[in-house]
Design a protein around this ligand. Structure first.
Ligand code: HEM
Length: 244
């Protein structure tokens, strides 16, 4: 029985892996070159600005990296829409009523009210929350970033107040996004006991079957053409093995 629990399952293809690394790189450059403008009075910011060749050079790096960020988001949306409509990929990131049910079920589980954690599909409700946060935050950063990039053009069509408002929104959303990534995302992919010392799935494209049983039992059942009860049975077997 335990052999069923061993081995790995392919979770991400090369396109998704490269996309994630490109996003991580672009986001890191934007955070470094953006936040050192906002917190320019700090010694670390001063060092970053000098190392990058001065504030003018850093602003240029920020803007053109921002342009790459726009390309990444636009490609992501175009590929997603094409995949779902033309290639009939399952729209696995869409929020549905089961996500709310699963969140409630897990809260009951964590409070000890039920012994059964939620049975999640390809992406659980926390992953969807993070994903849509990135998309919504990304749109905000792009819209406000473009206003800051082309203020004279924008002021021809919109009231001038939009420019300081865009600066406040861009700057504060940047700080929020940075804090969310270093707390929530880094916790879930590095420090969470389920994946520590590193969730390697987005580097290798593979995830252990054992984790699939725990974290994505519905997807596993669908892939292996068995009932979800069959999958959870293994989850119990494994729990029993751990306890022994
Ligand atoms: C999600 C990624 C991004 C982060 C974390 C970020 C962060 C920041 C921060 C913290 C500032 C300084 C604001 C202040 O002085 O208070 C800034 C300024 C600016 N950002 Fe971004 N930004 C991002 C994306 C973008 C994008 C996509 C664009 C372009 C479309 C852009 C264009 C600008 C511009 C034009 C400025 C004003 C400074 C300058 O004139 O160069 N940013 N950004």
């Amino acid at each position: 029985m335990s052999t069923v629990l061993h081995g790995y399952v392919r979770r991400f293809g090369i396109g998704r892996i490269l996309e994630h690394q490109a996003n991580a790189l672009v986001f890191t450059i934007l955070v470094i070159t953006g936040l050192s403008q906002r917190f320019h009075e700090y010694r670390l910011s001063h060092w970053i600005i000098t190392t990058l060749g001065g504030v003018d050079a850093m602003r240029i790096i920020h803007r053109y990296t921002g342009f790459l960020f726009i390309l990444l988001i636009a490609t992501h949306i175009a590929v997603g829409v094409y995949g779902v409509i033309v290639k009939r990929w399952p729209a696995s990131m869409m929020i549905n009523v089961d996500d709310f049910r699963n969140a409630i079920q897990n809260m009951k589980y964590y409070f000890g009210i039920t012994s059964q954690p939620a049975l999640c599909d390809r992406y659980d409700y926390k992953q969807k929350f993070e994903y849509w946060g990135v998309i919504a935050g990304g749109f905000l950063m792009i819209a406000t970033g473009l206003i800051l990039w082309f203020p004279v053009l924008v002021a021809r069509f919109l009231p001038g107040e939009f420019i300081p408002a865009a600066k406040a929104a861009h700057s504060n959303e940047a700080l929020l996004a940075f804090l969310v990534i270093i707390t929530w995302h880094i916790y879930n992919s590095i420090f969470s006991p389920e994946v520590f010392p590193l969730d390697t799935a987005i580097f290798t494209g593979r995830i252990s079957r054992e984790r699939m049983v725990h974290e994505h039992p519905l997807e596993l059942a669908h892939r292996e053409q068995v009932s979800v009860e069959e999958i959870i049975k293994h989850r119990h077997v494994q729990q029993h093995d751990i306890n022994r």
